[in-house]
Design a protein around this ligand. Sequence first.
Ligand code: SAM
Length: 168
Amino acid sequence: VGEGCGKFLNDLLRRNEFCEVTIIDSSSEMIRIQKQLILPKDIHRVSFYCISINEFIVDRSFDLICTHFFWDCFSYKEIFTFLPHCMNLLKNDGFWINSDFIDSEDRVLCPNYLKIRVMYWFFRISTRISARKVESFYHLTIKNSLQLIDYDEIRTGFIKSEVFKKIA
Ligand SMILES: C[S@@+](CC[C@H](N)C(=O)[O-])C[C@H]1O[C@@H](n2cnc3c(N)ncnc32)[C@H](O)[C@@H]1O
């Protein structure tokens, strides 16, 4: 969801020669770039939907949902509305991988906190997103029946990756 320029998609298809992928991205330009990046032999394994996640309706559910630097585009209120809809797309016992910046009030003295403020200033002007900070997906997920099973941080606490499992 919100795959952007397709780097992750390309890597996923390369590492897993059998997986089938559904891309949901509201930007037709991003989908055009993704299609250019993937190898012709893999195109039949990918379904592209140029649509906002809250409008995506399908009569099946998925083994894995990936959101990389996606939730940082949205306010708490927006995530709170989108998340239950996304949860319905995930199978029971399915996995969810989420990566994003670590933006915490506890880290105001950390240089990363300032870097994130500058990034938001730029993105709010250039893309008109309504978010002002990276909301804690983790705290929202608990309410939505996802259990954290793995966590890692890189670049001295700048970026995190979380793996969740949907509990039935
Ligand atoms: C910050 S970019 C992240 C791109 C990529 N995942 C990455 O890690 O570089 C956010 C992506 O989400 C897409 N997007 C924004 N709002 C969306 C929405 N409501 N539904 C689906 N995709 C959306 C944008 O078009 C963009 O590709």
